[in-house]
Design a protein around this ligand. Structure first.
Ligand SMILES: [Fe+2]
Length: 297
């Protein structure tokens, strides 16, 4: 969809509350419709001590407490993409508060790829049916009175979407803060040139659109930040700002990605997130296990 066709409405200013997870440098958000008590949660985090195989929900419980304390009604749980560096807590929050769970419809491509990597049987459906809604480019949905929409932004992964809610856009891993640049594009189905094109779609939104990051690592020792604007990214983003060309970006991104290690939590994250944040089914003993594919990634 071309940018002029997206239903941008800068006159709606949702209240955005951020929840930073220091273990994975992820920022989760509660987004409240300004005209009602409806809200959405974007990219929640389940806590895992991978060395101990222990899962807890302290971060998600904080979000749940915020929603309950403010008498909000949770209507949507949005995943910007299948994260490779943290586990989603969406099913846990949904079980407590309700709401519909949505992701980009290209999740099926990701499920196909990683269903093979983890040698999942027929129990694992590759049709996205673990989610309540599969978004296509330009699809709209309601958070109370607020009409939100999804923009298809592949490149980091094949199923990435940026979600725009009034004058606030949740960019997932298309962009980092201006001094952080962009996310890697070397996961299966990722592509640097495609990511560049997707970033241009984000940068074509109005200059004063608020942008909320999924991650920040505090480059060069600065404090953690998660909010910027389209205008600031256009001017200052170290990977794409100041009119950098696609060729420059692809050359830089490809060289850099070749030097990056796998994210620490990629193996548990993919296994859980491709199932919409649910753990694999228990085995005949009633116990739940995660697999480690040897030389499989
Ligand atoms: Fe990611």
């Amino acid at each position: 969809m071309s940018n002029s066709n997206y239903p941008v409405d800068m006159g709606v200013n949702p209240e955005v509350t951020a929840f930073f997870d220091p273990a994975t440098n992820t920022i989760s958000y509660v987004v409240k419709d300004p005209s009602s008590n409806a809200c959405a949660v974007v990219d929640s985090v389940m806590d895992i001590d991978y060395a101990a195989g222990r899962i807890t929900y302290d971060h998600a419980d904080e979000i749940i407490a915020h929603i309950q304390k403010n008498d909000l009604k949770l209507e949507w749980l949005i995943e910007t993409h299948v994260h490779a560096d943290h586990l989603s807590a969406a099913p846990y929050i949904q079980q407590k508060l309700g709401g519909k769970l949505g992701i980009g419809d290209q999740i099926t491509v990701v499920q196909e790829t990683f269903g093979k990597v983890f040698n999942e049987g027929t129990e694992f459906q590759r049709d996205g049916s673990q989610f309540d809604r599969l978004f296509q480019d330009g699809d709209t949905y309601q958070i109370g009175e607020l009409t939100a929409f999804a923009m298809y932004t592949p490149g980091h992964t094949p199923a990435c979407m940026v979600h725009v809610m009034g004058d606030a856009a949740f960019v997932g891993d298309t962009l980092f803060m201006p001094d952080g640049g962009s996310a890697r594009a070397d996961f299966p189905g990722g592509d640097a040139a495609t990511l560049y094109d997707s970033i241009q779609k984000v940068l074509a939104l109005p200059d004063d659109m608020r942008l909320f990051m999924c991650h920040d690592y505090g480059p060069n020792g600065r404090d953690i930040q998660w909010e910027t604007t389209v205008g600031a990214e256009k001017e200052h983003n170290i990977h794409v700002g100041g009119g950098k060309t696609k060729e420059e970006f692809v050359r830089f991104r490809t060289t850099r990605d070749a030097q990056l290690d796998m994210p620490k939590l990629i193996i548990p994250s993919l296994q859980v997130n491709m199932r919409a944040g649910k753990l694999p089914p228990a085995d005949e003993s009633g116990k739940t296990f995660l697999k480690v594919p040897v030389n499989g990634l």
